[in-house]
Design a protein around this ligand. Structure first.
Ligand code: GLN
Length: 484
């Protein structure tokens, strides 16, 4: 059960090799046994999970169960789960039990997937190391003294240590792909608007996108088939029906044109990571694809533009946490103003407060044109770079992040160094494109991820490249020895 793919688990459940109750108990036991080493899961739903699993078994016995019915899953604690604590990694929401499910959670529960619990994350998804969580940092299963990446560090670490076959995650600037890379698992950020944001706690609404983390591209495609949907409750949800994300998996990549942006291999890239990714690209070439070097000339502007747009939107989104309606409220406020100030100062951590201040500054009168409007113009330039590239190639590939997992505490004093973790991922969010990370080797035992970027709504080709790579390599099948 531990190493099985979701496709295999699905088949075994349908053939009744084991029940969903047995499978659910198996993963709940693994969480109980290993989570204290990792701190990846912050809430478990033991009783409710077994009830859901029993229901799934009944549907399977009746012969009308949909795909994935009975498969256990963890949800990032950014997705609202009805009557289950949803904290977003913050003291502000430490006691928040939403009265409804996020659409993503609803889609999975409707198909009979079993919610095992909720995963740890950077506070309000702001971070690249999972060290900003109010609930403590997460350890990387490959090296416990290192970070798992962030903000979806709990989801990536859980899948890497096989605490669940899959987990949901979100990506505003790299938070699915970067932790997936650092933990040696596969993660996808779909085209903006493919997966509903309803009930997914907002960070930067024009960039936030949910997606799956699992062991392989094939598993991610199966999960995405269930996760992505048009949702009238999300005004930016794409209206057309989603194609099957699995449809091209088994097509050869012979003849496909694969672009390699030269900016993704410049100074700042760890030499071990560079070697591993170059070798992986060679594998794609050996499989018959044509490798074409090209340029995304405005790449260097993506991090500065993001750190104007994302904090600006965050400062507006986070203004709802005022200590009045819900969330944390300070003790003994002297008056209304004191209540607002102290509730927000005590309820939000340092990084969140930093973003709120940057965001308010960029949006304030006199600065709006200089910062926010400029950043929006840069966003256009970056989108245009990608459009030009996709006139020539089918997908783009490169490293997911500049180096493998780093030690806890090493980048905390320098926010800019931490922000550069997403130097290769952020542009994809600014352009609204699909991107994914797959494990492609290791440096000093620590996993390295290869990023694959698709053109707008072209997840299928991106998944095809990933799956063909995984058919001919075994990196995605490896798991850390300490979690037997
Ligand atoms: N690391 C980036 C940030 O801190 C991206 C986070 C994310 O994608 N949620 O903003």
């Amino acid at each position: 059960m531990k190493e099985s793919s979701i496709a295999d688990l699905n088949l075994a459940l349908k053939k009744k090799d084991f029940s969903s109750v047995e499978l659910t108990k198996f993963f709940l036991k693994r969480i109980e046994k290993y989570n204290h080493d990792l701190n990846a899961v912050i809430t478990t739903c033991d009783e409710a999970a077994l009830i859901e699993a029993e229901k799934a078994d009944t549907r399977i016995a009746e012969g009308n169960a949909p795909d994935l019915c009975g498969i256990p899953i963890l949800h990032k604690d950014i997705f609202c789960t009805k009557n289950v604590l949803t904290t977003c990694g913050s003291k502000m929401l430490a006691n928040f039990c939403p009265p409804y499910n996020a659409t993503v959670v609803e889609n999975f529960e409707r198909s009979g997937l079993v919610t095992l619990g909720k995963t740890n994350m950077d506070e309000f998804a702001m971070g690249s190391s999972n060290e900003t969580s109010y609930f403590g940092s997460v350890n990387n299963p490959w090296a416990l003294d290192c970070v798992p990446g962030g903000s979806s560090g709990g989801s990536a670490a859980s899948v890497a240590a096989r605490l669940a076959p899959a987990a949901t995650a979100t990506d505003t600037g790299g938070s699915i792909r970067q932790p997936a890379a650092l933990c040696g698992v596969t993660g996808i950020k779909p085209t903006y608007g493919s997966v509903s944001r309803w009930g997914m706690i907002a960070f930067a609404s024009s960039l936030d996108q949910g997606g799956p983390i699992a062991k392989s591209a094939e598993d991610c495609a199966l999960l995405l088939n269930c996760m992505a949907s048009f949702d009238p409750l999300d005004s930016t949800s794409i209206q057309n029906t989603r194609p099957s994300y699995s449809e091209k998996l088994n097509k050869t990549i012979n003849g496909l044109k694969i672009g390699v942006p030269k900016e993704y291999f410049s100074e700042g890239l760890n030499s071990g990571t560079k070697d591993v990714v170059e070798k992986a690209i060679k594998t794609l070439e050996d499989l018959g694809s044509e490798i074409i070097e090209l340029s995304l000339p405005n790449s260097s502007l993506s991090v500065p533009a993001y750190y104007v747009i994302a904090p600006a939107e965050a400062s507006a989104n986070l203004s709802r946490y005022d200590g009045i309606k819900y969330g944390y409220r300070c003790d003994n406020p002297k008056n209304l103003e004191d209540l607002y100030i102290r509730s927000r100062s005590e309820g939000f951590g340092e990084e969140v407060q930093r973003r709120i201040m940057i965001g308010n500054y960029c949006l304030s009168s006199g600065y709006f044109d200089a910062y926010y409007k400029k950043a929006q113009m840069v966003k256009e330039l970056i989108s245009q770079d990608f459009k030009n590239a996709f006139d020539k190639v089918d997908v783009l590939v490169g490293p997911t992040c500049p180096s493998p997992a780093f030690k806890h505490g090493t980048k905390n004093d320098n926010p800019v160094e931490m922000y550069l973790e997403d130097v290769y991922t952020i542009a994809v969010n600014l352009a609204g494109l699909p991107g994914m990370s797959i494990p492609c080797g290791r440096v000093d035992r620590k996993p390295v991820g290869m990023q694959i970027i698709g053109s707008y709504l072209n997840e299928a080709i991106m998944l095809q490249v990933a799956h063909q790579f995984q058919k001919h390599t075994t990196w995605h099948k490896e798991s850390p020895e300490d979690f037997v």
